[in-house]
Design a protein around this ligand. Structure first.
Ligand code: GUN
Ligand code: ZN
Length: 376
């Protein structure tokens, strides 16, 4: 990769009893405090939230999707406006996924070959190919601070030779992405470690990708229905092989328990549609678990969603009010989305603070006691 740097990584503090660390990831658009959760916006906007509102919630970095953005507004519009930051008036950092994962998970009709991922356009049914080169071209046009390589994604439950094939293909596609990347001084390209639940394949993938000396690394192909034990084992193995002095991004992780465990295992960045998607189904996140606000029992509950939460929803409105709005008004959904994003941001900040004060083990105990009171 080129000499110019679009990323600097500084570790500010470490936990003495786990692999958890606090860092600042300095990107072209923003200095991101990590461990960090990145809310997901699929169509260039986070559903029900404006860029201004996200900034007010103290989001440092958001995630956009290449597959969706390549379609709408389309690369020609993004090219004209000078990238997605300008288009959505988002001034802080942004990361784009490469598109392959979304296609495999959203479209039954996708087909993977050495060339790339072939799929039928959901708009006009025409056949399209997302190759490593095409993904980089779209992501270079979007202009995010961090771009993900196109990877060969399989379900974490897949077994047999397909797991090995997908891992080695992801390494070959990484090399094609590195070659096709046109703006290494302005944008960072992250590889994605694959290898399913096989420790040996994960090890080989880590070693090969670390050789490419990229600015940061992602751990992919997890949280797809496998046992938690296995998922955490793979994360731990990867963080042991990945360099200490570069950010590590655990893809598709958003549950409170998983975030806490993966931070303890040395991961720095996370994303998931969960907090925003679950809000749209009427579910609020709290330190003691989920609250399904559609339930009738909340119709006359005039307390806030979470009594110690300082988000604008909890400061101004009751559970009963959100309950009454939910089925009738889009704003009900918005109020829960605000709370859920605030909840995730606060969870990450509390982890950073506890690591800095070397109180992370106490923090973990306290949160797990709240989440799993019966397990004491
Ligand atoms: N999002 C969640 N997991 C993955 C993965 O393995 N690859 C990609 N590209 N995106 C993801
Ligand atoms: Zn709140």
């Amino acid at each position: 990769m080129a000499d110019e740097k679009a990323l600097e990584f500084k570790i500010l503090g470490k936990c003495s009893r786990s692999k958890a660390r606090v860092s600042v990831i300095s990107l072209p658009h923003y200095d991101v405090d990590a461990p960090v959760f990145m809310p997901v916006g699929t169509q260039g906007t986070l559903k029900g939230m404006t860029s201004y509102q996200l900034e007010k919630l103290d989001c440092h970095i958001i995630l956009g999707n290449t597959y969706h953005l390549g379609m709408r507004p389309g690369t020609d519009v993004l090219e004209k406006v000078g990238g997605l930051h300008n288009f959505m008036n988002w001034k802080r950092a942004m990361l784009t996924d490469s598109g392959g994962f979304q296609m495999v998970s959203l479209l039954k009709l996708s087909e993977v070959s050495e060339e790339g991922v072939k799929f039928q356009s959901p708009h006009d049914g025409s056949e399209m190919l997302l190759s490593p080169e095409k993904s980089m071209e779209i992501q270079n046009t979007i202009g995010a601070d961090i771009m993900m390589q196109l990877d060969d994604v399989i379900s974490s439950l897949t077994t047999g030779s397909r797991v090995e094939e997908a891992m080695y293909r992801s390494i070959r596609w990484l090399d094609r992405c590195i070659k096709a990347h046109k703006r290494p001084a302005e944008q960072n390209l992250f590889p994605i470690i694959q290898g399913g639940l096989d420790p040996k394949l994960r090890e080989i993938c880590c070693q090969e990708m670390v050789k490419r000396d990229c600015p940061g690394y992602a751990i992919g192909g997890l949280s797809g229905g496998e046992e938690k034990e296995q998922f955490w084992k793979m994360v731990s193995l990867c963080t042991d092989y990945l360099p200490e002095n570069k950010p590590r991004y655990c893809m598709g992780i958003g549950y409170t328990t998983d975030l806490i465990v993966c931070v303890a295992l040395g991961a720095d960045m996370f994303d998931c549609v969960y907090p925003t998607r679950t809000a749209r189904f009427g579910t609020a996140l709290t330190a003691t678990g989920q609250l399904s606000l559609r339930q009738q029992k909340f119709a006359s509950d005039f307390t806030p969603i979470e009594s110690d939460c300082l988000c604008s929803t909890c400061r101004k409105h009751s559970r009963a009010y959100v309950h009454s709005l939910f089925s009738r008004e889009a704003v009900g959904c918005h109020l829960i989305t605000v709370h859920n994003i605030y909840y995730q941001m606060r969870l990450m900040k509390e982890m950073r603070d506890s690591i800095m004060n070397d109180k992370f083990p106490d923090f973990v105990k306290k949160r797990f006691n709240l989440l799993y009171p019966d397990k004491n």
